[in-house]
Write a protein that binds this ligand. Structure first.
Ligand code: SF4
Length: 409
């Protein structure tokens, strides 16, 4: 897969979705696969993507296409020595078509020799790399570490005394986590998280004025890609709030759940057993890393996927799948955990996002009318985002007061 038939292995290019991508790159390098994690998208990559796509795709397709085409225009790029990593999925979401479209675009732009490799949700992203089991286990540990690091960032930055210091610490800790992953994870990653804990323990914060806490759910690429979501988390912080983000690891637990359910339903009991063991192993690794920083976090532990599924069952049949299951299940979990608002973000015409937005009135009716804002991104920067966020944060503050008042009566 990673050689051209000669000795030299090909380089795997990973379009930037979020900082978790650096972990995937590090894990692949640890397994001897040359990898380059592409930089975050910007106006130039978006313009290239919009130009080459057909116009009916969703936003992540524009940016990931632009990312790789821009890289291919640099003089050191050799298509015959290159592989684009573009994960895929089965089911109704358009993500499953990115690979096909991008194959055409590469072919039409002089990059026919470039391969595409696509780990899939069908097997819960197993089967990639020369030692896929070990590679997946290593990538998992790194993903958990980045999720924890981002929780630390989002719980500390709104209260930092010295502006910009939390971002600086976050970057330093990211470097440690990437290095820990490249060193093979395990003890190296535990040490990276211990080092991380020390940095955040020493960070001066002022929590004398607690902020309304809102939950961010929605399409996974947008949740984590600050360019594409117009830096929505920082904007909420600037508007006086604090954000809790649905994590990356919940997606992996959800794919495990799907594989287990369908294996059981089809009578494939070995498949069910195998995925149950993977699930347990992942929880074990997660707990090991959480332990290093849990004293610094208000919400260190993830709600189990089974709980999110039960949350959503009265409103939507979980077997219908798509990311809508997670968005709704997590929104309910956030509301039950005492958060003051739900921010649901989606690319323009995203089917799971539209389902979630359509169900929001029913969910809200059962959740004490928690403030809820749907934000749709169409790559035209036309979301009027600041005005809408300010109104949303005002509602969140009122909701917080109403709940506090009811509790004191
Ligand atoms: S979840 Fe929505 S935005 Fe993401 S790939 Fe699917 S349809 Fe597109």
């Amino acid at each position: 897969m990673t050689t051209n038939g000669h000795d030299k292995p090909k380089t795997v290019y990973i379009p930037y979705m979020c900082d978790h991508g650096f972990i995937l790159g590090a894990a692949l390098r640890a397994h001897g696969v040359p990898t380059e994690a592409l930089p975050p998208p910007g106006d130039e990559t978006l313009a290239i993507g919009l130009d080459l796509c057909k116009g009916r795709e969703c936003l992540p397709c524009f940016t990931t296409t632009g990312d790789i085409i821009l890289r291919s225009q640099q003089s050191d790029f050799d298509p015959a020595q290159s592989i684009l990593m573009m994960p895929t999925t089965n089911g109704p979401c358009r993500f499953g078509q990115y690979r096909t479209l991008q194959r055409n675009i590469l072919d039409q732009n002089g990059l026919a020799e470039m391969d595409i490799v696509s780990p899939s949700t069908k097997n819960s992203y197993r089967g990639f790399g020369d030692n896929p089991t070990k590679l997946r286990a290593l990538a998992w540990q790194g993903v958990v570490a980045v999720d924890l690091l981002q929780k630390l960032l989002h719980e500390h930055r709104p209260y930092e005394v010295n502006k910009g210091q939390t971002d600086e610490i976050y970057q330093q800790c990211m470097e440690q986590v990437v290095a820990g992953t490249e060193a093979g994870g395990g003890k190296a990653l535990v040490e990276a998280m211990q080092w991380t804990a020390k940095q955040f323990e020493a960070l001066p914060v002022d929590r004398s004025r607690p902020r309304p806490l809102v939950g961010l759910v929605g399409e996974i690429y947008l949740r984590f890609n600050t360019y594409s979501n117009q830096d929505v988390i920082r904007r909420v912080e600037d508007a006086g709030g604090e954000v809790m983000v649905a994590s990356m690891m919940e997606w992996f637990y959800y794919t495990n759940w799907s594989v287990k359910e369908f294996s059981w339903g089809l009578g494939k009991y070995m498949g069910f057993l195998g995925m149950t063991l993977v699930d347990k192993y992942q929880q074990y690794q997660e707990n090991k890393l959480v332990k290093q920083v849990e004293h610094l976090l208000k919400h260190p532990h993830e709600a189990p996927i089974s709980q999110l599924i039960e949350n959503v069952r009265p409103y939507y049949e979980p077997y219908l799948a798509t990311e809508a299951v997670l968005s709704m299940g997590k929104a309910i979990d956030f509301a039950k955990s005492g958060l003051c608002g739900i921010l649901n973000i989606m690319p323009f015409s995203c089917m799971p996002g539209i389902i979630t937005a359509g169900m929001a009135p029913r969910l809200r009716a059962d959740l004490d009318n928690i403030p809820w804002l749907d934000v749709i991104y169409d790559a035209q920067e036309g979301t009027n985002i600041n005005t809408r966020l300010e109104a949303f944060m005002y509602q969140a503050v009122q909701f917080q007061r109403r709940v506090a008042k009811a509790e004191t009566v």
